[in-house]
Write a protein that binds this ligand. Structure first.
Ligand SMILES: [Mg+2]
Length: 228
């Protein structure tokens, strides 16, 4: 009798243990370890390498497009669209200072206010290639279109080497759509309606790239934040 009771008790313990481990089997990675991984991704140079690899493909594609345009003697007004943060300028220092916390608005505001976000070198190389080939340059950013943010952004772009471009489009302060892609798509449509042919659109969020009005899109890595 005792051994039967013992058996039932043992089985209950095993079942309870299985249930418990099922409950906790998907425990997320520890936050500090995640932050260390993010720091290491940047400090090891892997982040920059991953950016370089994507931009290299974009540059190769742009070269192909230019060669084809010259062959066809086309007079089409070709254009490139760049996002700004984590595409041509890096907010890493601000994110690191906020210990990878804070809201996206806080990160953006801090980066814009400080006006010293460093350039992302590969993006500058793509920009220079486009300029050299007379491809028109547009920036479409989620930064707000207040006069102060605009002034700070222009100043930072200039300091980073982006001194010539055809347009800088900034998101309205009262924008309340669920995704940035609605605004960004509308801006690309506007550029297209003005007679430009957008051959390439590059950004670090899928919301920079969805919605069409570009022949090719290039997604840069960004494990630091997400913009729907
Ligand atoms: Mg961005």
């Amino acid at each position: 009798m005792l051994s039967r009771k013992y058996l039932v008790l043992s089985m209950s313990c095993i079942l309870l243990s299985l249930c418990s481990s099922a409950l906790y089997a998907t425990e997320p990675q520890n936050l500090q370890i995640t932050k260390n991984t993010l720091i290491n991704y940047h400090d090891s140079g892997a982040y920059e390498q991953d950016i370089d690899a994507v931009v290299y493909q974009a540059q190769a594609y742009l070269s192909e497009v230019i060669a084809e345009q010259q062959k066809q003697k086309s007079k089409e007004k070709l254009a490139i669209v760049f996002d700004i943060d984590e595409t041509v300028l890096s907010s890493y220092d601000q994110m690191h200072r906020l210990t990878f916390g804070g809201t996206l608005d806080e990160i953006n505001r801090l980066t814009a206010e400080e006006r010293n976000a460093p350039v992302i070198p590969a993006a500058l190389a793509l920009y220079k290639q486009a300029l050299k080939e007379n491809v028109h340059i547009f920036f479409i950013t989620g930064r707000h279109n207040t006069s102060q943010q605009q002034k700070n952004t222009v100043q930072n772009l200039h300091a980073a080497g982006f001194t010539q471009y055809d347009g800088l489009m900034m998101k309205p302060v009262n924008y309340n759509k669920p995704s940035a892609s609605i605004y960004k798509t509308a801006m690309r449509k506007k550029i297209t309606d003005q007679g430009y042919h957008i051959v390439l659109n590059i950004g670090d969020q899928m919301s920079d790239l969805r919605g069409g009005y570009a022949d090719r899109t290039y997604k840069l890595p960004n494990p630091y934040y997400y913009i729907p």
